[in-house]
Design a protein around this ligand. Structure first.
Ligand code: IMP
Ligand code: MG
Length: 184
């Protein structure tokens, strides 16, 4: 029997209303901080950041380009493998441009550490990180985002772009998955 998407959620951590309000605040902050910077480029890390990127871009009152990259550090489970791979590279030149990485979540920090080093070698004018969620307790390497939507506890979350095994990305909130959904 088919079941409802929401049935797998143990509880809601961040409601759709809270997400929308906070993303508006972040966009206002970035609009202010980049007021004197032309050539802003938002770099979305696929696929988890796609919902955040869309909402954030629509609220950002500065001209900007949208670009996408895909990296993988997960092997389908709930823990990072620590080995980061570029799955889809940028096909635009970022030299001399103001790049803002838009990420869904920072956990161990491995993904962003790798990405920052990779992008820095291409000489952007500036490189900053904007993440919707931050799990500081999960950190294995030292990396800090310039803009953080919400700090959350060390729990596996889904929704608003974040997946478990490619599902639950379309939930309009951030929720904690019932353990039974990934233990079986
Ligand atoms: P890190 O390399 O450990 O910082 O992991 C970052 C990536 O792992 C994120 O971009 C997510 O795709 C994924 N990730 C980390 N924590 C979660 C989670 O709680 N739910 C879903 N994906 C997560
Ligand atoms: Mg991601």
């Amino acid at each position: 029997m088919s079941h409802n998407l929401h049935d797998d959620i143990d509880h809601i951590l961040i409601s759709a209303e809270k997400l929308n309000a906070r993303i508006r605040e972040l966009a206002a902050e970035v609009t202010h901080d980049y007021a004197d910077k032309d050539d802003l480029l938002l770099l979305c890390v696929l696929k988890g950041a796609v919902m955040f990127m869309a909402n954030f871009s629509l609220a950002l009152e500065r001209p900007h380009a949208l670009e996408f990259m895909a990296v993988s550090s997960y092997l389908g489970g709930t823990k990072t493998s620590g080995i980061v791979k570029i799955v889809l590279d940028l096909n635009t030149n970022i030299e001399g441009r103001h790049v803002l990485i838009v990420e869904d979540i920072i956990d161990s920090g491995n993904t962003l550490e790798y990405l920052v080093e990779f992008l820095q070698s291409r000489d952007p004018a500036s490189l900053k990180i904007c993440t919707l969620l931050d799990k500081p307790e999960g950190r294995q390497v030292e990396i800090k985002a310039d803009y953080v939507g919400f700090e959350i506890p060390d729990e596996f979350v889904v929704g608003y772009g974040l997946d478990y095994d490619e599902l639950y990305r379309n939930l309009p909130y951030i929720g904690v998955l019932k353990p039974s959904c990934y233990e079986s």
